[in-house]
Design a binder for this molecule. Structure first.
Ligand code: FES
Length: 373
């Protein structure tokens, strides 16, 4: 009873503290007063870790839930399209998972989780996560974010809608219609009832003339004849070559879209991809190429050169850089979170590359000169 009362009070106090004091001031106070006793009193505020408290849970579809999280003062403001990693969750407290933020407000972030019954984390979240629970989270990460392009097309499937939804909301938030980007969304789900955020998307589309939403379904009754989803995409967005494409969804879906884009000579520099599973063909080190000479790598944005000895061509570009004390941004080290993603300007790499985008944590040198953005 007393516990419940205390939890209820903390549920009111935490949002108030974060809102009233701001994250910076609260961080200053907490970092100067954190000790064993204060950590015991309230491990959400008096902590050295980035944490988030569940303050709301919403059922989106029959197998998808949104968790509204209140991050503590250690968190940094995210950019729409970024993700966080939840750690130490599930029954054995070993599991970590990345989830894109589906909504961002000044004090909260949301993740929208589709149930994967074979998985370890989503079944636990769906069944056991409750309002008031606290998770360890990472700072926001990832480069799947809008970069001022004017004509955008989000191509998504399933829970791949989450980064698109947060970016679309952000893009529609501030600008007046005259200076706004033209935004297209092609969203493929199984059936209308499986369509995450379906009513919100309809509302947004009718409120904003610069947004066009095209929905596509993979499991309609057999008597309903539909074109292939690529045909549907092409007829909805015939000017796709003039758009900047953001692609997010399961691997097979991504592959079909990439194959189509390659077939029309789409400029792959205008393609951003979010993937939380490593493409099958690029797993492991089977794509390493033997080189006879050392490799020079130029990191253009940092204006740094480094050399990978020919004998080290079985190391990823990230590993080789780190061995020489060079810091490259990274997260998961397994080709999935997108934190290390950069563009290949010249030269060749093998492994995890899609168009011009490469993931240095899982890409290997394949030519003697490599220039990265
Ligand atoms: S994709 Fe996560 S570190 Fe490279």
């Amino acid at each position: 009873m007393l516990n419940k009362l205390l939890l209820g009070m903390l549920g009111i106090i935490h949002p108030w503290l974060l809102k009233t004091l701001g994250r910076d001031r609260l961080e200053y106070i907490a970092s100067n007063t954190t000790n064993e006793l204060t950590q015991k009193i309230d491990p959400f505020i008096w902590t050295y870790d980035c944490k988030a408290k569940v303050i709301g849970i919403r059922q989106e579809t029959v197998d998808t839930k949104t968790f509204v999280l209140l991050p503590n003062q250690k968190f940094m403001p995210p950019i729409a399209g970024q993700h966080i990693e939840l750690s130490s969750i599930g029954p054995n407290k070993q599991a970590n998972r990345c989830y894109t933020l589906s909504a961002i407000t000044p004090h909260t972030v949301s993740i929208t989780v589709k149930l994967n019954s074979q998985g370890e984390v989503s079944p636990w979240l769906h069944e056991f996560a409750k309002v008031g629970m606290v998770f360890n989270i990472s700072l926001p990460r990832g480069k799947f974010v809008h970069r001022d392009q004017n004509k955008l097309l989000f191509i998504c499937a399933g829970s791949g809608i989450t980064p698109a939804f947060s970016m679309i909301n952000k893009l529609l938030e501030n600008k007046n219609e005259a200076e706004a980007s033209q935004i297209g969304l092609f969203y493929r789900t199984q059936t209308p009832t499986n369509t995450i955020f379906s009513s919100r998307l309809t509302e947004l589309e009718s409120a904003h003339s610069n947004l066009n939403v095209e929905l596509s379904y993979s499991r309609l009754p057999v008597e309903i004849v539909t074109p292939s989803f690529i045909d549907q995409l092409v007829s909805a967005y015939p000017d796709i070559k003039q758009q900047h494409v953001y692609l997010c969804g399961p691997e097979l879906f991504r592959n079909d879209v990439i194959q189509y884009l390659e077939s029309i000579d789409f400029d792959m520099g205008n393609l951003d991809i979010e993937q939380f599973t490593l493409p099958t063909l690029q797993k492991g080190r089977q794509s390493i190429r033997k080189l006879d000479e050392d490799v020079t790598v130029l990191l253009k944005s940092q204006n740094i050169n480094f050399v990978i000895p020919a004998s080290d061509c079985d190391k990823t570009i990230l590993e080789a850089a780190e061995e020489q004390g060079i810091v490259m941004e990274h997260g998961c080290r397994s080709g999935m979170c997108g934190s290390c993603k950069t563009n290949l300007i010249s030269g060749e790499v093998s492994g995890n590359q899609i168009g011009r985008s490469i993931y240095p944590c899982t890409a290997y040198p394949a030519s003697n000169q490599i220039v990265l953005e």
